[in-house]
Ligand binder design. Structure first.
Ligand code: PLP
Length: 372
């Protein structure tokens, strides 16, 4: 029949059925649509509103002429720094093209078709496409009404065919983090034959806000685990695509490495990453200023009569008295790019990435006009 495309036999059925690759409203994508992005505040993708450290920029500039060379496949210099700071052996550190590559690796390394994983939702939209590309039996566990992760629900969802349990803390898009007691419960409660994968994309923000040190607690677990970190958020390097996983043992690290491409972390990202890790003063500058901006957004949303979810991250989410996608479009018309939650049941939730003091004020003023 004309117009109906027959599924090609050489493509895995799970990929046929998976939703198309998402097309987030990045600066370039908006420009491609004809928008003048110099007039748009980007507060929709949880990027850093601050540039990377001047030392990171210098490290990249100093090494621009090296891009004719392949990068180190296993980032040994970076692993040494991380190992020294965390006490995790260098052969248990795995580098990725952003942390998303390593989250995908978790599924790739452990799931055969039909086997299961447990995923708390709503969470980072990236998981939906990661999971959809595999023939996985996904047990989604809804967050509690206050936005907190349902730890008991996660443990109850583990079945005989479960191979991985994901935990995202602090979580996106709620901005909430799991407390010490919750972490201890899940670390002890996930069976020893199940891989516990903890997404620490917002790790530095959580610690700065007084949260528990996930890594210290994870080290007490008997079963396999890995924790995934990124340079995209607190290090202001989303465009460089670099992240890493700390694994419970070298066998797991080796398996995770096998899921990645050989030269997956660009050479400039490696130089930049090293400079970023060494500039702790700049990290503190970002964390301190993001915390102040987060308070400004939270208070401003509350003054608008909204009920934002308390966040420890570089974004704040809130229900609004209208459809969130309509709100997002109206805000874009006013020159502010925010985001709407993607999960069914949350059609009136918006998410705003923390901006500079001026950006936050402009965003709140625009929202006030949109909500009347
Ligand atoms: C919870 C969470 N995990 C992972 C990622 C992916 O980050 P990366 O840029 O390291 O791939 C994001 C990005 O927003 C996120 O919010």
């Amino acid at each position: 029949m004309e117009g109906v495309q027959k599924p090609a036999s050489y493509i895995r059925p799970a990929l046929h059925d998976a939703p198309n690759k998402v097309d987030p409203p990045t600066d370039g994508a908006l420009r491609h649509k004809g928008l003048d992005t110099s007039k748009i505040l980007s507060m929709g993708l949880n990027e850093s509103c601050f540039p990377p450290s001047p030392k990171v920029i210098k490290a990249m500039q100093d090494n621009l002429s090296s891009v004719n060379l392949y990068p180190d496949a296993q980032c040994p210099h970076l692993s040494d720094i991380i190992s020294e700071r965390t006490g995790i052996a260098p052969d248990c550190v795995v580098w990725g093209n952003g942390s998303e590559e390593l989250l995908k690796g978790a599924i790739d390394l452990s799931l055969s078709p039909g086997q299961g994983l447990v995923l708390p939702v709503p969470t980072f939209w990236g998981y939906k496409s990661l999971v959809a590309a595999f023939e996985a039996d996904v047990a989604e566990v809804g967050n509690l009404p206050d936005g907190n992760t349902d730890i008991d629900g996660i443990l109850a969802a583990i079945g005989n065919n479960t191979r991985i349990v994901f935990l995202i803390t602090p979580n996106n898009p709620t901005g909430r983090m799991v407390d010490q007691a919750g972490l201890e419960k899940i670390i002890a409660g996930v069976p020893e034959n199940v891989l516990l994968c903890i997404d620490e994309a917002y790790y530095d923000f959580g610690l700065h806000a007084g949260g528990p040190n996930v890594l210290d607690i994870l080290k007490t677990r008997n079963g396999p685990w890995f924790a995934v970190f990124t340079f995209s958020k607190a290090y202001a390097m989303a465009g460089m695509r670099i992240g890493y996983a700390l694994c419970s043992d070298a066998q797991l690290a080796q398996a995770l490495q096998k899921t990645t491409c050989v030269f997956n972390v660009p050479i400039l990202a490696q130089f930049a990453g090293e400079a970023a890790l060494k500039d702790l003063e700049y990290l503190d500058f970002i964390l301190t200023n993001v915390a102040a901006g987060r308070d400004q957004l939270f208070d401003g949303l509350t003054e608008l009569g909204l009920d934002p979810i308390p966040s420890v991250t570089n974004f704040v989410s809130s229900p609004v008295p209208m459809n969130a996608r309509d709100c997002m479009t109206a805000m874009l018309d006013k020159g502010v790019q925010i985001n709407a939650w993607a999960d069914p049941g949350y059609e009136n939730f918006i998410r705003i990435t923390v901006g500079t003091t001026e950006d936050n004020a402009v965003c709140l003023a625009a929202l006030k006009e949109v909500l009347v």
